[in-house]
Structures are given as C-alpha cells and as structure tokens.
Ligand binder design. Structure first.
Ligand code: PLP
Length: 467
C-alpha cells in the first residue's frame, strides 16, 4: 500500500457490535450496507479512509462519486470552519455574500447561455426541479429518459430512474417514457471504435472512422420512441453523459448530439444530469456534456459539487429560469451560506490542485492498466469510461457477455476490500465494478489498486480451477 503520513484519531465511539445492533433496530432497512461484514468507517483523509480499528483503505468509490477533491480536504474544511463561525443561515430572501460569490464562480464555468443557477440540497431535488422547469417552460408534459439511468429516488424523479431495484410498485412516472439505452458493450449494437474512451469494447465492426452503425441503430430506436410513445411535442429529454449507477455506460459518439436535435425539433428541452460526471471527473472537459459536443438547456449538479456536503444545483438559461418566476418557487436551505462557501472552496481546490488534469492523466493510466487485465482474464468483459469515471463489467465469458454470477463477483470484491481497496458496484445485475475515486488519487495508488485487483482475479481463477 502506498505510504500515507496522516495519522487518524483513536476510535472512541461505541463498539462495532453495538453499532450493528443500532443499525438493525433504528435505521431503516431499505438502506443497505456494502460487504458481508460492513465497514465501520471513522475518518477520512484525501483518498484514504480509516476504519474503527485504524485499518486504512484506498477509496475508489468516493462515497458514491461524491468526494471530489478528497476526504476532509484541508482548504475546504478551513473555508467551512470560517463560515461556521460567521453565518449559517438566513435563507435567500436576504442578500448575503456567499451566494452571490458562488453563483458568479459556478456559472462562469458554463458556456453561454447557461448562466443562471438555482441551488438545491440533493441531486433528486435538482432533477425534480429540472423536470418541473422543462414542463413549465415548454407547457408540454412528456419527458424521455434512457433505460438504465438513475436520476433520483423522489416520487417525481423515480419516473426517470429506470432500474428495477429502485421501483417499488407504486404509481410513478406519469409523463416519463424510457427509451433504449445505447450501450455499445451490452446492447444489440456496438463495435470497436464507438465510444469516447481510451479503451474500446472487444466487439468488432466494419465502420469507417466518423461513421458508426451502432449510433445510427440506436438513434432509430430513439426515433421509434418519439414516433410511438409520446405526443408530437415533448417537455424534454434527460440523460447522463456517462451513466453512473448503471456502471459507467457510454453511448456511441454523436448519439447525444442527434438525440438533442430530435428533442428540440419537438419543442423539448435537453437536460444533462451531471451529478456524477461533472466537476472535471471525465478529465478532458469540466462537464460531461462537453465531451459529447452539445450544450444542454438545463444542467443538474450534485454529489461532487460539495465534496460530501449536502448541496446541489440546477443551471439553466435566463429565459428558462424566468418561466418559474411567473409564480413563487422557494427552497429554505438551497444555497445557504455554508453550502455556498463549501461549493466555492471545492471549485478552488479543483483548480489549485489541478484535479481535472489529474483525472485525465491518472484516469487514462488506470483505464489502460485495467484493459490489460481485461485482455488477460476471460471474466473481465469490458473496461470503459473517461478520466476517473470508470466501469469494469464482469462476465462469464467475452462471447456470451452473460453477467458473472453474483457470488463470484462478490468474492472478488470482498477480496479487494480485504486487501485495502474499496470499489463500487453497479449495473442491472450489479455486475460492474465502479471506480470513481476522489480526483486526487495518484498513479502510485493506481499501481497498488491494479495489483490488488489482479490478485483477486487470479484467486478467482484458482477457485474455478479447484471446483
Ligand atoms: C446521476 C444521478 N442523478 C441524480 C442522483 C440523485 O442524487 P441524490 O442522491 O443526491 O438525491 C444520483 C444519485 O446517485 C445520481 O447518481
């Protein structure tokens, strides 16, 4: 494990068993924990987490893609402490410096005409508002979304979330229509240079550079949805630039560009959910939509925006925002002074620590190292992503692309944890490892993580051979 000179405090809270009991008795059971023996995490420092026994872990999942600049980043912590002593809350019926300074700083990172921000408290709330805005502004109702997307768990956004484990069998999703996910690895079409990633799928195609058969086929499906399932005019379309919860699924190049055009022809607005892909994580660009060469009408932000502080945002145009100004729209905590100071400090840290460039350099290095493992191990079906937004999809074999059975994936994942590396899970069958660490991770950390993953895969091979 790479050295780390940070020394965690001594753990002084309840014993592990008592925490487990409280979890069983007093915390809603719909909140699931990772791992057979859940971790009791006690402290964090940049890319490292420490458990109650002082054991150190390399955090490759960042609190579900949320710790963007590093756990307890000193600059963010210091700025927050200063503001804590100054002013916590007044609500936005008054002016206070933090919201103005932050609104200017955040919107300066967007292209015209995306210059107006609403601050909210969570990604679900941001997407709720984005849907609402699209409906109010267009006076249309229908919203299209991609299957496999996760856009929130609120009753409104649940209609956009298209993953069965999150569906509870209660009425939701009026006016939300899903369409085929253009997944070039698992979907019916895909080839050897569809996606914007240093690593392509193992599928072959005869497409010439710049022409993509898979993209054309998926656009035909998109048109089919527009022609059969919604009225002639729609309120909008929402998509993540790279699907997060579904396991870093990337679409073929130019798919979003053409889909945006089709939506706009029908009077709809295009919403980019940047909850996971924003803030430089994809490396080449600050926002995921820029990697697709599009400018959305509405952008939603959360998670990495606050490095773990509960805050989120909706960025849009002055014209769209003014549609909501016909009536009142209010939010008590959105954009409170504390959140705005945290948000501004996160933006400073990304810039001062060069984290977008680090995401590109370290992310590309990691992707290429993982691709070597894909070539070596039959069960590593796909390695994909951009920057530090990475998915590794596990299969029984590369030909069938059937998901590797859960118990086999679980063992590899547990082994990685036992060797000190925390990895996320995603995909319909939880078959994809999600690697989305704090953006301060180093190449040395990558070498360690890849070695650990390699050992876990090797052990899997040995277990299979012994059966
Ligand atoms: C892409 C995306 N959008 C929206 C959300 C919802 O954010 P929150 O959990 O803050 O409500 C999530 C959460 O995982 C997400 O991954």
């Amino acid at each position: 494990m790479p050295p780390c000179d940070f020394v965690p405090e001594k753990y002084e809270s309840y014993p592990y068993e008592r925490m487990q009991k409280i979890r069983e008795q007093n915390i809603a059971s719909s909140l699931r924990t990772y791992y057979k023996k859940p971790l009791l995490l006690h402290q964090g420092h940049m890319q490292w987490l420490f458990d109650h026994e002082g054991r150190r872990y390399l955090d490759l999942f960042a609190g579900i893609v949320t710790v963007s600049v590093g756990h307890c980043h000193p600059k963010v912590t210091m700025a927050t402490q200063k503001q804590l002593a100054r002013l916590w809350h007044t609500t936005n019926i008054y002016m206070y410096p933090a919201i103005h300074e932050y609104a200017e700083k955040l919107t300066s990172l967007f292209p015209d005409p995306l210059k107006v921000v609403y601050l909210t408290n969570s990604g679900s709330e941001a997407n709720d508002l984005a849907m609402f805005m699209a409906r109010v502004h267009t006076r249309n109702f229908d919203i299209i979304c991609l299957r496999g997307g996760y856009h929130g768990g609120s009753p409104y956004t649940l209609g956009l979330t298209s993953l069965t484990p999150y569906k509870h069998g209660v009425a939701n999703g009026f006016g939300c229509t899903t369409t085929m996910l253009p997944d070039v690895f698992r979907g019916p079409w895909g080839g050897s240079h569809c996606r914007d990633s240093p690593v392509q799928t193992v599928r072959k195609c005869n497409c010439t550079e710049g022409a993509c058969h898979a993209k054309d086929q998926y656009i035909e499906q998109f048109k089919d949805t527009l022609n059969t399932s919604v009225p002639k005019t729609v309120a909008g379309f929402i998509a993540e630039p790279i699907q997060g919860v579904n396991g870093a699924v990337q679409y073929p190049r130019n798919f979003l560009k053409e889909a945006y055009q089709l939506i706009r022809e029908r009077g709809g607005l295009c919403i980019s959910d940047e909850v996971q892909t924003g803030f430089g994580r994809t490396g080449s660009h600050f926002w995921g939509f820029q990697t697709h060469g599009v400018v959305p009408d509405i952008v939603t932000l959360a998670k990495g925006i606050g490095n773990g502080f509960p805050m989120a945002a909706v960025v849009t145009t002055k014209e769209i925002a003014s549609s909501l100004a016909q009536n009142l729209h209010f939010n008590t905590f959105g954009g409170n002074p504390l959140a705005c100071v945290v948000g501004a400090a996160v933006l400073d840290a990304i810039e001062e620590d060069g984290l977008q460039k680090n995401s590109e350099d370290v992310g590309t290095y990691l992707l290429l190292e993982l691709a070597k493992l894909r070539d070596k191990f039959e069960i590593v079906g796909d390695v994909r992503g951009k920057g530090l937004m990475i998915g590794v999809e596990m299969v029984t074999d590369k030909d069938s692309r059937h998901p590797l059975p859960a118990e086999e994936i679980n063992q590899i994942w547990e082994d990685c944890k036992d060797m000190g590396v925390l990895i996320g899970r995603g995909g319909l069958y939880s078959q994809t490892f999600r690697i989305k660490p704090p953006m301060c991770i180093t190449k040395r950390d990558v070498d360690f993580a890849v070695e650990v993953f390699h050992t876990a895969l090797q052990r899997h091979v040995e277990r299979a051979a012994a059966k």
